[in-house]
Design a protein around this ligand. Structure first.
Ligand SMILES: Nc1nc2c(ncn2[C@@H]2O[C@H](COP(=O)(O)OP(=O)(O)OP(=O)(O)O)[C@@H](O)[C@H]2O)c(=O)[nH]1
Ligand SMILES: [Mg+2]
Length: 231
């Protein structure tokens, strides 16, 4: 669970995660919060919880990379610290992993059939555009590349060499999972989006940055494939 200035929600979210029968370990990476998040995390009293502090704010990607190194359970899922994604969906997300048919599962907010809060139109257009461009490079038919709910077999996750520090981690993971030829599944999830007034921080600049990263890793993957074919 990456978290940056989420004092309003982080304890509630941690408790929801710990209430899931699937949770064997909860690694929380505090990404240099200055709003009291770190102090609240000290109050969590459960043997499954491991809290790590990055002294400076480095971004979601850096927080995830730190957390992934500490993951020790068979399957790993990313859980944001706000209340947008619901741990009661773990059962559905884990199903293809537990059945042994998937290496990676994405929870989709757009192919859902599950309750979702109706919010920003342009935000969802941005998300769909980023997914479309990512799919054009990876030749995957994902419906929600930017989703927080990405679950992995731990060995697969830890074999990815990830470099991005900020929100570019989502397209980077997607490009590298695609390049690795791993079996990817998607399941519909519920989504309770928050408003900017409620603490949402992502904005159009992150979208533009993500587009640059999709192209960067997309071209790299293409080049590697061409080099392999030439050899
Ligand atoms: N914005 C931001 N989030 C961070 C950072 N480091 C860790 N995070 C955590 O990463 C998760 C995702 O960030 P959010 O700000 O919730 O992103 P969002 O606006 O909800 O984006 P979507 O849910 O994808 O629409 C949260 O749990 C954050 O606390 C950081 O430097 N900036
Ligand atoms: Mg969020």
């Amino acid at each position: 669970m990456p978290c940056y200035d989420e004092a309003a929600t982080v304890v509630e979210m941690a408790n929801r995660v710990l209430a899931s029968p699937y949770t064997a370990q909860l690694v929380i990476v505090d990404d240099g919060s200055t709003d009291g998040t770190a102090e609240l995390l000290e109050l969590l009293d459960d043997d499954r919880v491991q809290v790590v502090r990055q002294p400076l704010n480095l971004g979601k990607g850096a927080a995830l990379r730190r957390g992934f190194l500490l993951a020790s359970a068979e399957f790993v899922i990313v859980q944001d610290a706000d209340l947008e994604y619901d741990p009661r969906d773990y059962a559905m997300i884990l199903e293809p992993l537990l059945n042994g048919v998937a290496d990676v599962v994405y929870g989709s907010r757009f192919q859902s059939g599950r309750p979702r809060r109706v919010l920003y139109f342009w935000h969802s257009v941005g998300n769909r555009l980023l997914t479309l461009v990512s799919n054009m490079f990876t030749d995957l038919n994902l419906t929600d590349m930017e989703t927080c709910y990405k679950a992995f077999r731990r060995e697969v996750l830890q074999s990815l060499e990830l470099r991005e520090n900020r929100f570019g981690i989502e397209p980077e993971i997607t490009a590298k999972v695609a390049a690795g030829g791993w079996r990817i599944w998607e399941v519909g999830i519920s989504y309770s989006g928050r408003t900017y007034a409620e603490g949402k921080k992502i904005n159009w600049r992150d979208g533009v940055a993500a587009l640059g990263i999709i192209v960067k890793y997309g071209l790299q993957t293409r080049r590697n494939q061409i080099v392999k074919i030439r050899r």
